[in-house]
Design a protein around this ligand. Structure first.
Ligand SMILES: Nc1nc2c(ncn2[C@@H]2O[C@H](COP(=O)(O)OP(=O)(O)OP(=O)(O)O)[C@@H](O)[C@H]2O)c(=O)[nH]1
Ligand SMILES: [Zn+2]
Length: 211
């Protein structure tokens, strides 16, 4: 028999300064009873969880290479910084999901990069390694939001799957806000494939096509 789903709670709130200059006040929240034992966290700006009806939210999937080391292969670090800077102004919540490599993990992502260097696209590389295009499940993001009392939000993302997943779990997305497009040395094909095969709402202008 199925166990009834446990209701997640906030476990801890810790304030600290974040951002590129480490001068933006935020709180980091941990949770109890999430669906998996992954240590997902929420970063809250201007107490948006308690003070705003419809906060700006970014569901950000972990990318060690991009978020920490500024890798030229993707746009994750820039999107994260954009979210932090926007939320420093208007408040908001970043759910930092431990879903490295769209859920395949860091070592597998590095194997996928090896294939991409040979010209295979970001999703087909996953397939060649025996994975589906994208293993992420956003149910835990919805659990975290419910634990924080957030039932409607504006979503900072280009990925319609995130919107659909939240709505499926009873969270209303009143607006999708696109992130900027961050073209870098090695990410032209990656961005283009996200737009075509991944159906991300990325406005790639002509001068942003791969050369
Ligand atoms: N498997 C795999 N994962 C990647 C690759 N490049 C980035 N990632 C991971 O992809 C995740 C981010 O997903 P994206 O598809 O870039 O964007 P998204 O989160 O779906 O959409 P946005 O909300 O618009 O950013 C992070 O976990 C990255 O580690 C890659 O080439 N292969
Ligand atoms: Zn990345």
């Amino acid at each position: 028999m199925n166990q009834p789903a446990k209701i997640s709670q906030i476990r801890t709130r810790v304030p600290f300064q974040v951002g590129r200059r480490s001068d933006i006040p935020a709180e980091m929240l941990s949770f109890t009873d999430l669906k998996t034992d992954k240590e997902h966290v929420a970063l809250v700006f201007k107490q948006a969880d308690s003070l705003q009806d419809t906060p700006l939210v970014r569901i950000h999937s972990e990318c060690l290479t991009g978020d920490v080391f500024g890798s030229s292969r993707c746009d994750c670090g820039e999107q994260l910084n954009e979210a932090i800077e926007k939320m420093a102004e208007q408040g908001g919540i970043i759910l930092y999901m431990r879903q490295e490599g769209r859920g395949i993990g860091l070592y597998n992502k590095l194997d996928a990069y090896q294939l991409q260097i040979k010209g295979i696209d970001t999703y087909s590389a996953n397939n060649q390694l025996g994975f589906d295009d994208d293993l992420r499940d956003f149910a835990e993001a919805a659990q975290m939001l419910k634990a924080m009392g957030v039932s409607q939000l504006k979503l900072l993302s280009n990925n319609p799957r995130k919107q659909a997943a939240l709505e499926q779990h009873g969270i209303k997305v009143t607006e999708m806000q696109s992130t900027g497009v961050y073209r870098k040395q090695d990410n032209h094909y990656y961005l283009e494939t996200k737009a075509t095969r991944g159906k991300h709402r990325l406005k790639l202008t002509k001068d942003m096509q791969p050369s």
